[in-house]
Design a protein around this ligand. Sequence first.
Ligand SMILES: Cc1cc2nc3c(=O)[nH]c(=O)nc-3n(C[C@H](O)[C@H](O)[C@H](O)COP(=O)(O)OP(=O)(O)OC[C@H]3O[C@@H](n4cnc5c(N)ncnc54)[C@H](O)[C@@H]3O)c2cc1C
Length: 141
Amino acid sequence: MKVTGLDKDGGQQLNGVKATDTETGKEYKFKTRGIINCTGVFVDDILEMDDPAIKRKIVASQGVHLVLDRSFLPGDNALMIPKTSDGRVLFAVPWHNKVVVGTTDNPVNEISLDPVAMEKEIQFILETAGQYLEKPRSEAM
Ligand SMILES: Cc1cc2nc3c(=O)[nH]c(=O)nc-3n(C[C@H](O)[C@H](O)[C@H](O)COP(=O)(O)OP(=O)(O)OC[C@H]3O[C@@H](n4cnc5c(N)ncnc54)[C@H](O)[C@@H]3O)c2cc1C
């Protein structure tokens, strides 16, 4: 259900939400006694439904992981690289037969429900992890 609007009573007290079932497209109106806005980076969108003039507060960034073959980090221990070129840390965590490496942290202007990895994020992870992860030569061939 996606909240698409808020309702108010005569005294301008919020008392309902409009929502759309995004699978069927059916629209609903719910009466509410209280509304909790816990929409993460989208929190300002909901606040604007109450007051279109409200000052937006969220400064968004996105982060991605890459999923590599487990042979890059055999064993059960995770690895933390404590100092990276962007002043953060990078984790490599064994996960089933894969190893998950990340994250990045890049400011974005457009906030998306379905963010896509930027080329520079992929390169950053590969270059940083590549200084520490290595396949034995026989496997790399
Ligand atoms: C690169 C990066 C690294 C991070 N690393 C860490 C970390 O190491 N540790 C840590 O604790 N935090 C970390 N964070 C922060 C953490 O991811 C967020 O603070 C956390 O996910 C926010 O949780 P939330 O429940 O507030 O929002 P979300 O988890 O974003 O949930 C919001 C939900 O609201 C829904 N929604 C949005 N709009 C609507 C609408 N109109 N109607 C209905 N539903 C809606 C969304 O679909 C979503 O399900 C990181 C963030 C980034 C960007």
